[in-house]
Design a protein around this ligand. Structure first.
Ligand SMILES: *[C@@H]1O[C@H](CO)[C@@H](O)[C@H](O)[C@H]1NC(C)=O
Ligand SMILES: *[C@@H]1O[C@H](CO)[C@@H](O)[C@H](O)[C@H]1NC(C)=O
Ligand SMILES: *[C@@H]1O[C@H](CO)[C@@H](O)[C@H](O)[C@H]1NC(C)=O
Ligand SMILES: *[C@@H]1O[C@H](CO)[C@@H](O)[C@H](O)[C@H]1NC(C)=O
Ligand SMILES: *[C@@H]1O[C@H](CO)[C@@H](O)[C@H](O)[C@H]1NC(C)=O
Ligand SMILES: *[C@@H]1O[C@H](CO)[C@@H](O)[C@H](O)[C@H]1NC(C)=O
Ligand SMILES: *[C@@H]1O[C@H](CO)[C@@H](O)[C@H](O)[C@H]1NC(C)=O
Length: 466
């Protein structure tokens, strides 16, 4: 049963290192690791994929229906951080190091905090909720509770002093009230805590008075999250980063110890383009009634091409309307790419047409939660149609096959790793219509050029040489 596998994964080893920058005084480089669970026993061969598919859907649902009100900051969901990528950050004096999920779809940076931290429903395989490492503020000589009148309190609770701390108005000089507690809701969980200021330490740089969430209670969220979205409280905003970039090592649904780098660019490099990358402008902010959407990185997707065939996607999905619904975002925290049902149906139709010589594995579709799945048993070679996203300006992202077809279990079946919300009928579009997930970003060097408001990408093998 070797030949199809070779075709599937060959493309990963053929791409060369082109764009990797090394660390300079202007950049900070952090190791980035995939957070995967161990594959389940063979009695449940579809378990990992099913979990990733449902996590991707929950995440998409959350990003699309996010509610922004001043006292609730919403972010994403990870049942057991599944399919995410993790970095370590050190806060405090002396430094305490904690792991964080890298998330470009939200903005607050927060960690499990204090010796009283409680994580409810966090009994996942490999995780003992009583042993989750926590940040201890009283052990840090530089940790301070955030005051209500501090402008940074306004990052989460609005710039209007009167509404966020009414008791301070009469006595604003000496007001000792702290910034209100935050509650972050997920699709299937939440976290709550209070805001701190403390040093964020890198080997050659200290960022003083970094705003960080000290969570004392979470549901289904064993690890902290590093928000890399566009909000003022995000890590890139607080550090005024000019760019950041990452390369996501391949998802293989195993506990591979591979990692790669997250690169933070501190000082301006003008409009220099990184070698080997193609660029498309970030879509300017939408003036919409939902400020939560302004945290996202919108791209202007122009065409989806399957095996040379241009899939005719209505413009109303490609471009956000005046209500802010529609359009495409790129998200490090979603696993599989999400497409609004009408878009998904058109794309699937084209794949089904072009792979029509293989029988559909309907039972695998039911069990894995992915569709369409094809039985490629007995095939010497399989010519998978190319899958390309073309963005404004002409930049084309042609995915390696391993980024959109996954072999399922031990079977001779491949499934498309793109998800959509179930059902037919009149789809009520809310939020982004396409969410480009991390599974589709594997083995690309991805650059968020904030200074020039553009998104760069180029194929690259992300596995770092040991
Ligand atoms: C968002 O909030 C508004 C007002 O608080 C509420 O009416 C609406 O149902 C909420 N939407 C979701 C998806 O929770
Ligand atoms: C984070 O730190 C832990 C403990 O020191 C280590 O095991 C892990 O590999 C680190 N992860 C990354 C992404 O550097
Ligand atoms: C915090 O300080 C206490 C007492 O000094 C010490 O026992 C504990 O190990 C420290 N915890 C961390 C996480 O540094
Ligand atoms: C603020 O506190 C200081 C000392 O605690 C006091 O001298 C000053 O009068 C107070 N100012 C106001 C506006 O209450
Ligand atoms: C979008 O809005 C955020 C915050 O509101 C701002 O920091 C960012 O520069 C804006 N981006 C664009 C492309 O307009
Ligand atoms: C399907 O099989 C037929 C007959 O073997 C062949 O002519 C055709 O080219 C195949 N189509 C594809 C898309 O592989
Ligand atoms: C795939 O097709 C082969 C040959 O027709 C069959 O024996 C096998 O059971 C099928 N596998 C699945 C998972 O449908």
């Amino acid at each position: 049963m070797a030949p199809p596998y070779i075709i599937l994964f060959l493309s990963l080893t053929l791409v060369s290192h082109t764009a990797f920058t090394s660390s300079t005084p202007n950049t900070i480089t952090l190791p980035l690791s995939p957070l995967f669970t161990k594959p389940q026993s063979s009695s449940e061969p579809f378990h990992s994929l099913k979990l990733a598919a449902s996590a991707s859907l929950t995440r998409a649902h959350h990003l699309k229906h996010r509610n922004s009100s001043s006292f609730v900051v919403a972010t994403q969901v990870y049942p057991k951080s599944y399919g995410g990528y993790s970095i370590n950050l050190s806060f405090g004096t002396p430094p305490q190091t904690s792991p964080f999920v890298l998330d470009t779809g939200s903005s607050l940076v927060w960690f499990p905090c204090t010796s009283r931290y409680i994580c409810s429903h966090c009994l996942f395989p490999n995780i003992d909720p009583t042993k989750i490492p926590t940040f201890i503020p009283k052990n840090s000589s530089t940790a301070k509770l955030l005051g209500c009148t501090n402008p940074k309190c306004g990052y989460l609770f609005g710039s209007d002093l009167q509404s966020r701390c009414p008791q301070c108005i009469s006595n604003s000089q000496n007001c000792s009230l702290t910034c209100p507690a935050y509650i972050i809701q997920y699709g299937s969980g939440s976290t709550a805590g209070f805001l701190l200021l403390d040093n964020l330490n890198f080997p050659a740089k200290i960022v003083p008075q970094f705003l960080v969430g000290c969570s004392i209670f979470s549901i289904r969220q064993p690890s902290g999250i590093a928000g890399f979205g566009r909000g003022k409280e995000s890590l890139p905003s607080q550090m005024a980063l000019k760019r950041f970039s990452y390369c996501l090592v391949s998802h293989r649904f195993d506990d591979s110890p591979e990692n790669s780098d997250l690169v933070l660019q501190i000082s301006s490099t003008g409009d220099t383009k990184t070698n080997g990358l193609r660029y498309t402008p970030f879509r300017p902010n939408l003036s919409v009634n939902n400020p939560a959407f302004q945290e996202y990185y919108y791209l202007s997707l122009r065409k989806v091409i399957v095996g040379g065939q241009h899939v005719k996607i209505p413009f109303s999905f490609l471009e956000p309307g005046p209500d802010g619904n529609g359009g495409t975002i790129v998200d490090s925290g979603s696993t599989f790419t999400f497409m609004e049902r009408p878009v998904y149906d058109l794309v699937v139709q084209e794949f089904v047409k072009q792979l029509g010589n293989y029988s559909r594995a309907k039972d695998v579709e039911t069990q894995s939660g992915l569709s369409p799945c094809f039985n490629i048993s007995g095939a010497e070679t399989v010519n998978f149609p190319e899958f390309t996203f073309q963005f404004k300006g002409g930049a084309k992202m042609t995915l390696p096959v391993a980024n959109y077809f996954s072999l399922v279990g031990d079977s001779e079946v491949v499934c498309l790793t793109v998800v959509s919300e179930g059902g037919t009928g009149p789809a009520r579009t809310s939020g982004p219509a396409v969410i480009l997930g991390n599974y589709q970003q594997q083995n690309f060097y991805i650059e968020y050029d904030l200074e020039n408001e553009r998104f760069g990408f180029g194929p690259q093998s992300c596995k770092r040489k040991a």
